[in-house]
Design a binder for this molecule. Structure first.
Ligand code: ZN
Length: 459
């Protein structure tokens, strides 16, 4: 779309999630090309030129697009397995199946994962992919291609594992890469796909999997690689008590100290989970501006515990929301995680003061942009930022009688998405994807899940 072609959205409630939590009970937005040109109370200004579309958004709340900060797309085809396990038992049960994935399976799983999130209001997705079986094809290319085709802004966290059972790690020997192989492939992926520009649709991060599946050298060298290439760092941290015990036994220190010793605290780093953090761990994250991807449903599914999100926010830690892989969160939706984050944190130490609806919305939008390093570009509705936004329909049975639109979105049932825009382009209309065929994706993911199950059973 040429930069001067405008779309006007009017008569809607707007939650900007800007620095002042500015909201309009009835307002307008003007999109110009892939940017938000202006927004405010009341109707759009008269006399705008080149308006190609005018949307009457009565009955809607417009928010920034949701931003997912932790996921494993390939798990879309291993949902519903090991449903009553803790993290380590779940991993050990699933590794042998995961080690059989190939390019068609990963492509279908990525399409399924992206479609589920996109039609629920996600405009920026990420995939932490760390299983690269030998001879499995161009998995990174397949994932990035799926995101590009769907029109979703995307960060690929190129993962890796090199600490298998023979080195005291958790994954089986056949599921890992070598140290040098993982580093070289990660560098190649960054060079091939990372786009550093303001409106980049694809970025790449360096993402060794977790302390119990990668060597100390891979963490240390991975951090150096990311800083040499100018990209971000991502991993899992402090997810379970078992991980904490593992770190104390192998390294003589807890996870946060171990990460610090390997160069893994910093404003260019974000970590998934961070459930088992003491006061000094949280202070270290705040001091270093290390980000957190909070994954409430996955943490509940695997009985990992409740992350101390209110304490992190009070300390100034950047926090976003994550679906996590769908083998530990079968729903694969992010808009329902706003509600789950709010409710689960209220079961923690801060009770009803833990999180409110605005804070939950901020986690899923601006907080996500912060941890992905894209807060200047997306995550809030402000003039000059990218046109990544969602129109939530709140005037039907599920929401019409709820007092306030942001409360309706967060506390209420999963709200229908009337329209979702990424980079100024509409990708969802009335809850259906405009950029992909959901039914075809459903069939392909079922077929690939069955093919993987057959191959795993023969192994
Ligand atoms: Zn994860």
């Amino acid at each position: 779309m040429a930069a001067d072609r405008r779309i006007v959205i009017e008569n809607c409630a707007i939650a900007t999630v800007d620095g002042h939590d500015t909201e309009y009970a009835c307002g307008h937005l003007v999109l110009a090309g892939n940017r938000i040109e202006s927004l405010g109370a009341g109707s759009a200004p008269e006399g705008l030129e080149n308006v190609v579309r005018r949307i009457d958004a009565s009955g809607h709340l417009v928010t920034p697009g949701l931003i997912n900060t932790h996921h494993h797309f390939y798990q879309w085809i291993t949902r519903g397995l090991a449903t009553d396990h803790n993290l380590f038992n779940w991993l050990v049960t699933l590794y042998p199946t995961w080690a059989r994935i190939d390019e068609p399976m990963v492509r279908a799983a990525a399409q399924g994962s992206l479609a589920m999130m996109a039609r629920g209001g996600v405009t920026t997705a990420m995939d932490h992919h760390y299983v690269f079986p030998q001879g499995s094809g161009d998995l990174s290319g397949a994932i990035i291609g799926a995101a590009r085709d769907m029109g979703v802004r995307f960060t690929l966290a190129r993962g890796s594992m090199d600490r298998s059972e023979k080195d005291g790690g958790l994954p089986p020997d056949f599921a890992v890469e070598t140290l040098d192989g993982a580093l070289a492939a990660t560098e190649e992926t960054v060079r091939q796909h990372h786009d550093a520009s303001f409106d980049a649709m694809t970025q790449v991060a360096v993402a060794p999997c977790s302390p119990f599946s990668v060597s100390t050298e891979l963490l240390r060298d991975g951090a150096q690689l990311a800083r040499r290439l100018g990209v971000r760092l991502h991993t899992h941290g402090s997810e379970t008590v078992e991980e904490e015990k593992f770190c104390h036994e192998l390294f003589g220190m807890g996870p946060t100290d171990y990460f610090e010793s390997t160069g893994w605290l910093g404003e260019d780093v974000w970590m998934a989970h961070c459930v088992h953090m003491n006061d000094s761990d949280i202070a270290a994250f705040a001091r270093s501006r290390t980000g957190v991807a909070h994954c409430p449903s996955s943490n509940a599914r695997l009985a990992a515990g409740i992350a101390r999100v209110p304490d992190m926010l009070a300390a100034g830690v950047p926090v976003g929301l994550g679906v996590d892989g769908t083998a530990s969160n079968e729903s694969g939706e992010l808009h329902t995680e706003l509600r789950n984050a709010l409710l689960i944190n209220r079961l923690g130490a801060h009770r009803e003061a833990a999180l409110n609806a605005r804070q939950a919305l901020r986690l899923g939008t601006y907080g996500g942009a912060q941890v992905l390093g894209r807060a200047a570009e997306t995550g809030s509705l402000e003039p000059g930022k990218l046109a990544d936004l969602v129109l939530w329909k709140l005037d039907t049975l599920a929401h019409a009688s709820i007092a306030d639109p942001v409360t309706a979105l967060v506390f209420g049932a999963a709200a229908p998405v009337t329209a979702s825009f990424v980079d100024g382009r509409q990708i969802v209309e009335d809850g259906r994807l405009l950029t992909a065929d959901e039914d075809a994706i459903a069939r392909a993911t079922r077929d690939e899940a069955q093919r993987l199950a057959r191959i795993a059973a023969q192994a």
